[in-house]
Design a protein around this ligand. Sequence first.
Ligand code: SF4
Length: 233
Amino acid sequence: MILQDPMTALNPVFNVENQVGEAIRIHQGLRGRTLLAKIIDALRKVRIPAPETRIKDYPHQLSGGMRQRVVGAIGISCEPLVLIADEPTTSLDVTIQAAYLRLLKEIQAETGLAIIFITHDFGIVAKMCDRVAVMYAGKIVETGDVRQIFNRPKHPYTEALLASVPKLEEKTDRLYAIAGQPPALYNLPAGCSFAPRCPYVIDRCKEEYPPLFSAEERHVSACWNWEQVGKIR
Ligand code: SF4
């Protein structure tokens, strides 16, 4: 099941009952009172107050946070084993975002559901994730436990991404930015896609795309420097 931005995931002309009920009807074939009970149950699981009355509401009658909970109810209504959360908090303010992430953690603890988060927000990664896969130009370039990725990044792109996050305790005149632009996916350079922007580039990088090398236990990096010198620096 995929969890998306609520501004685009909900249809504005159908009420909550129709939108949550559609997934259950299609996947579980429920009708009538059983369907209604299941819809209310899904809304209750995402802590929507008075779900018996809110089911008649349309998206424009709900706050951003409530709309996101309805999207969550649709997501978990058929008891999936995996939930893909694609930038699920993009349009929410920080307080609502924190409450929603807390809710997802609670649902995960209650149901044993696996959640795949797709995000550009390092704060969300640190708060929500156990394992992290970093992608560049459409491919996974590094995978590791969340602490490994934050404390000991093994791919130059991850290292540069982390360096570009402003730190509260550091005073700086200019924020770090990765030089250059990401490549167009229809016109990828030969070899490593990060080569034109990489400070550690070597000749081989421009010729062959690197496979994933084991950098430490449960931590892999698609970088030739892990084959040749055993470390990035
Ligand atoms: S393979 Fe080469 S260009 Fe690519 S990230 Fe590693 S050092 Fe940089």
